[in-house]
Ligand binder design. Structure first.
Ligand SMILES: *Cc1c(COP(=O)(O)O)cnc(C)c1O
Length: 314
């Protein structure tokens, strides 16, 4: 079901679960705000579970503990951050055992997979974004995917004024539709996804095999995990600001995804949220830097990035 954005896709997915205001939903503290703002908008209470520092994704061991402490929690939004799949086998086992509904936020992970199983096919629902910076783009756009026909029907209604038949409104819905103009762009973009992804992975391989600065911790890709490198994110263990100045001085672009964890955002101080301990997420927020990895990079660009990073002396 195509939508007007990744955020509206998430909102429709969350609404389709028909949770009650005040219900708890597990999620990660280290993501883009939209993952959590839809929960707040629906009156739900995010329960933040810390990340695994090696993957930047929700830590299954911490989730296990959080389920014990908050057994009444109804659902989980898992994010495949930077294009690396979260530990879905373990997470789904726990989810099934505890009757948690699972939404996968695949906004950064188009085509990522564990073995041959694509992200977006593990949970009941999954959402994608086609915003301009994502691995494929329609300008603004998104999608909800599900393997369940009943859920699909409900999503179609939620994104189109709550109607199944035109002008007969059965539930409270929205206009979250994707326009046909955006859809036309998306159809063409989809044809390029495989080549874009291969280019991103080749760029990441180049960076990982040529960056050799002990002050720069490289991203990891576990065996069997197919990372689609929406971001190529390194850690700078001390004084990230100095490293960023060095990159700027050498004409290398960068991003910081993200400088502040979700529970530490101003908006969360005004809302009921539960923090189960997020020290790894806070550490990541202090240390991460995303280097260019997009498919438009030329060989010269890669050489320049590697040189700048390797020349950094702290
Ligand atoms: C981009 C993004 C979204 C929101 O998508 P939009 O299309 O910008 O609304 C949600 N979650 C994550 C993890 C994202 O990266």
């Amino acid at each position: 079901m195509a939508t007007s954005s990744g955020t509206t896709a998430l909102q429709a997915a969350v609404e389709s679960l028909e949770l009650n205001p005040g219900d708890k939903v597990f999620t990660t503290p280290f993501t883009f705000m939209a993952t959590v703002s839809v929960l707040l908008a629906c009156g739900l209470v995010p329960v933040f579970v810390d990340i695994d520092p090696n993957t930047f994704n929700i830590d299954p061991g911490k989730l296990y503990q959080a389920i014990k402490n908050y057994p009444e929690t109804r659902a989980i939004i898992v994010v495949h951050l930077y294009g690396l799949p979260a530990a879905m086998e373990t997470i789904m086992e726990m989810a099934v055992e505890n009757r948690l509904k699972v939404i996968e936020d695949c906004a950064q992970a188009h085509g990522a997979r564990i073995g041959n199983k694509l992200v977006g096919t593990f949970g009941q629902l999954a959402t994608f974004s086609f915003y301009g910076t994502k691995n494929i783009a329609t300008g603004e756009g998104g999608m909800v995917v599900t393997g369940d026909d009943t859920m699909a029907e409900k999503i179609r209604m939620l994104i189109n004024h709550g109607q199944r038949r035109r002008y007969y409104h059965e539930i409270l819905g929205h206009n979250f539709r994707m326009s046909n103009v955006h859809a036309a762009i998306g159809i063409e973009q989809l044809k390029k996804l495989v080549s874009f992804t291969e280019k991103r992975r080749a760029n990441a391989r180049y960076l990982s095999s040529h960056i050799s600065n002990p002050m720069v911790v490289l991203p990891k890709e576990n065996v069997g995990y197919y990372h689609v490198y929406h971001q190529y994110t390194v850690r700078i263990k001390n004084d990230r600001e100095n490293f960023l100045r060095h990159l700027t001085g050498n004409g290398v672009g960068f991003g910081v995804h993200y400088p502040l964890c979700i529970p530490d955002q101003e908006v969360c101080k005004k809302k009921p949220v539960i923090d189960t301990g997020i020290s790894s997420a806070r550490e990541a927020a202090r240390e991460v830097v995303s280097l260019p990895v997009h498919p438009g990079l030329a060989e010269d660009d890669l050489v320049k990035i590697v040189q700048a990073v390797n020349n950094y002396r702290g």
